[in-house]
Design a protein around this ligand. Structure first.
Ligand code: SF4
Length: 266
């Protein structure tokens, strides 16, 4: 997303800053590939947002990049590592280098500690059959390297599908009837071109909801026929009538974490 557009969004949302728990600077992509990521963090800070977070695969989390995130005032960095061993992590996250990622994460923590920066570090595993057995070792290893007093965590989130029938192996089974999804009631997803998406798994722009350049995001969340229809059907137990939601296990996986994304910035 261009910095100019991001700036417009921050201006638009600034009046709601006290009610916005987090500005999340990643969609389904890798935010550290964005050369302007530090500028965006600083910009969000300058508009008074306290909670600013992003999640990364840490491949690009080299010293200078990490320094930039800390200096810009990032509130929380979530580092995705999916195994306690090289074999497991690299079997899940193809074309990554487990050793380099672990090194990048540890160096970032050391830099954060040395500089007394306020950035929380969460090390997060996406749980699935390939790595479930490694969770105890993973949790023990990373617990010895983080600092809970600074808000750090070793976090766990279950693998989920993407609002489609097919999913990835290990996605939470859809046993429960879904009558609520945070995305429909309390989150706004904005694509890089400004288009408002339905939710976190709507990578393709399933609906014409509007573009942030032309509409107010909060007004759209409150009045868009797309959101109103989804809320109404879901809340009345008719999720099976919704094309994407009827296949989706995201709300279920949110119940299977050892954390909640909604935790407010400190
Ligand atoms: S249930 Fe899934 S597809 Fe439906 S709004 Fe929530 S995240 Fe999106």
């Amino acid at each position: 997303m261009k910095l100019e557009l991001f700036s417009r969004i921050m201006d638009q949302l600034a009046p709601y800053r006290d009610d916005i728990a987090y500005i999340v600077l990643n969609g389904c992509g890798e935010p550290l590939l964005d050369k302007k990521i530090g500028d965006k963090i600083a910009l969000a800070r300058s508009r008074g947002f306290a909670g600013i977070q992003l999640s990364t695969n840490a491949t690009e989390l080299r010293d200078a990049v990490g320094e930039g995130l800390l200096e810009a005032g990032l509130n929380r960095l979530i580092i995705s590592i999916d195994g306690a061993t090289k074999e497991t992590h690299e079997a899940i996250r193809k074309r990554t280098n487990w050793g380099e990622i672990v090194d990048n994460a540890e160096r970032f923590i050391a830099r954060r500690d040395a500089g007394r920066y306020g950035t929380e570090v969460w090390i997060r595993m996406i749980g699935q059959p390939l790595n479930d057995h490694e969770w105890p070792d993973y949790e023990a290893y990373w617990s010895s390297r983080i600092d809970p007093d600074r808000g750090d965590r070793v976090a766990y989130f279950r693998a989920h599908n993407w609002g489609r029938e097919s999913g990835i192996e290990g996605a939470a089974p859809k046993e429960a009837k879904i009558t609520y999804c945070e995305d429909l009631w309390s989150r706004v997803y904005i694509h890089a071109d400004g288009a408002i998406a339905l939710c976190c798994v709507d990578d393709d722009g399933w609906f014409e909801i509007g573009n942030i350049r032309d509409v107010d995001a909060v007004e759209m969340l409150n009045s868009s026929p797309v959101f109103l229809r989804h809320r109404s059907l879901m809340a009345s137990g008719r999720t099976h009538e919704l094309d994407h939601c009827r296949h989706c296990v995201v709300p279920l996986t949110r119940e299977q974490t050892n954390y909640r994304q909604g935790v407010r910035a400190r």
